[in-house]
Design a protein around this ligand. Structure first.
Ligand SMILES: [Zn+2]
Length: 245
């Protein structure tokens, strides 16, 4: 059996930015299905309105340290989503990756060992190069794929859980996305979205609705049954590091 407690595959979900509205809209669904979440947080913007002009989530309130600690108490996890979300380059990685870890750990007064590349995967090379210096043991990307027990922890893929893919695909929402692949590969799905809202997503190619989120969780529980290990990503990474010695 490949995973903890003999589980056959793994399911996780992450929310980039850590909007306060998660408490109102996503958290009740997490509690209903017994699924922990995960927040990718911009180090310099905790407990303040998001300051990223041009972002679909600009000016939305970000969870405070106390709210984040309450979520961690009930099993949620956190990662560092860079210092400013302006995009990681080889030139700014010392600030955006290395100093970002120090700043988030001081702001939250807890250890943060996972990095989450902001924007798109163009920031991945800089994050990779500086991860060890920063002390990060894993990196979340937005490569859309299923991870396995052998996946390099600095190249973790995530599955966009979005209402509709952007042009030219316009794929409609799929609550079964990659589940059967994960079962076949005995793999690990890490879903990714931002802040699900009732009826209409904030951005159709960056988010799903709360109804779609609930459909996803119900599908994971129904198909996964006793075979799926549901855990937030840090827990899975720590377990893998232990296994790999
Ligand atoms: Zn982001």
């Amino acid at each position: 059996m490949p995973w903890k407690d003999g589980k056959k595959w793994v399911y996780s979900i992450t929310y980039d930015e850590g909007c306060e509205d998660l408490l109102k809209y996503a958290l009740p669904i997490h509690r209903k299905y017994g699924i922990p979440g995960h927040l990718a947080l911009v180090s310099s913007q905790i407990g303040v309105p998001r300051n990223l002009p041009g972002s679909s989530y600009d000016k939305m309130m970000i969870l405070s340290k106390d709210q984040i600690h309450d979520l961690v108490q009930e099993g949620w996890g956190v990662s560092c989503h860079s210092m400013t979300h302006c995009g990681v380059t080889l030139n700014n990685a010392d600030t955006e990756v290395v100093q970002a870890r120090r700043v988030i750990e001081e702001a939250l007064e807890m250890e943060v060992r996972m990095f989450c590349v902001p924007g798109d995967n163009n920031g991945h090379p800089g994050a990779l190069k500086y991860a060890e210096l920063a002390g990060f043991t894993s990196i979340l990307t937005i490569y859309d794929r299923v991870n396995t027990r052998d996946t390099d922890l600095l190249h973790l893929g995530r599955v966009p859980l979005h209402t509709e893919y952007p042009a030219p695909f316009f794929s409609v929402y799929d609550p079964y996305k990659r589940i059967h692949q994960a079962i076949d590969l005995e793999g690990w799905i890490i879903d990714y979205c931002h802040c699900p809202m009732p009826d209409k997503p904030i951005h159709p190619a960056k988010d799903c609705t709360t109804q779609e989120l609930e459909q996803r969780f119900a599908t994971i529980r129904r198909i996964g049954g006793d075979d799926v290990w549901i855990a937030e990503p840090n827990e899975v990474v720590e377990w893998l590091l232990e296994q790999r010695g």
